[in-house]
Design a protein around this ligand. Sequence first.
Ligand SMILES: [Zn+2]
Length: 476
Amino acid sequence: MKKRIIIWLQIILIISAGSFAFAAGLKSHTSRDKPNVIFVIFDTTRPDRLSCYGYKEITSPNIDALAKDSVLFSRNFTSVPLTTPSHASIFTGLYPQNHKVLSNGRRLEIRQKVLAEILRENGYSTGGFVSTSLLDKRTQMNRGFDVYSDTMGVIRGANNKRIGGGKKPAEVTVGEALDWLKSNERSPFFLWVHLYDPHGPYSPPDKYVRGGAPDKSRIKEMNEAIRRGTRNFLKANNLDGNAVIDPENMKLVNALYDGEISYADDEVGKLFSYLKQKGIYDNSVIVFMADHGEMLGEKDGCFGHAPFVYEGALRVPLVMKLPGIPPGKIDSMVRNIDVTPTILSYLNIEDKDKRDGISLLPLIENADGPRPEYVYFGTGPIEPPPDTAGKPPRRNGGKLGVRTNKWKYWRAAKESFLFNVEEDPGENSNLAQSSPHRIEELGVLLTPYENISVAGEEPKKLDKDRLAELKALGYL
Ligand SMILES: [Zn+2]
């Protein structure tokens, strides 16, 4: 009987803390002018590689300067380490299970409005500038944008055959965003700039490589080794790693990955300088965040992000500059899905749709304010390669889990994982066998998503071009 009461209490907790807090913060800030809203999203960026998050190398002077004017969230998490689903979560405030973009390249088809649509309805001019075809118009991530630039560099396959657009470097994307800002007379505006550079393969411009860039063939070899490491790891059902990188090479991986961040940071600095020069920086909301992190050799040689739910893949930076709100640091666990509800409540815009995320404004304004108690997460096998399309999908990569401030639990096909992330942030000691009660408690929290997990999706056939692109981008 007691157990049943506990379960009910947990279900009530899910409902009250999760979905229906969309109107939080509406009462405050009634007399604020409409500020501009700018989202800068880096792909594949770990907070611990940014100097403002304590990294010993200076990789991000421009983001650091922004952070000084902002609220910095030290423990922020994505729900999915995949580009398209994660961005859909950022702009809908919904878990992937609810916005239904469960893997890369899928279309966003829900009726709930996304942030750009709501801001446009509220008088904002809107411009989106993305750097990977995983966010192009076919995914409907352009919803609500007056201008959406998703033209990419060309990827060529066998026999030099054109496969399609893949990605573009920060200088091109930032250049397009600046052109739009210069020609866009209308204020307020909503600008989204997505930079893909920190995503592998790592090949920053030479001047950003610490210690000097080695020759191109060495960089290529390094990226291949990383790819092999990830593939081997997958093959082993994520249970055994393959440390394919020796310490000397690992130094190079770090220098290349950090170099990509520095390069993107430098480009974003041009955007911030322009805003300052025009006198519009102060009255702009600026959000800096990432869609997911990156494994950099932890857990016996894991690289990449898509198959992983370790902290390296799910923990992401979040910095919010909110005019009128003093800078600060918040250590409570928060989530990418909370960003859209926070911005809407800050702007005093009523949100008619339900979101899984909650506004963080009460927490920002009062350290004792309500805060997210947990984050769901998951990932699954992404599309099967073309030659197996139509055959039963590989299911052994699928995972579904939940993280609280203290505990992190996930289920994979053959094993469960439980870590006390407060005491064991490296996720080294799996307590699943020794703590069945804890698993039972956390398992209850997973109930709403058990049957519609990211991991459980039946991959449908993507068109041939899309599959080729995913392959070229390193996903298959
Ligand atoms: Zn991504």
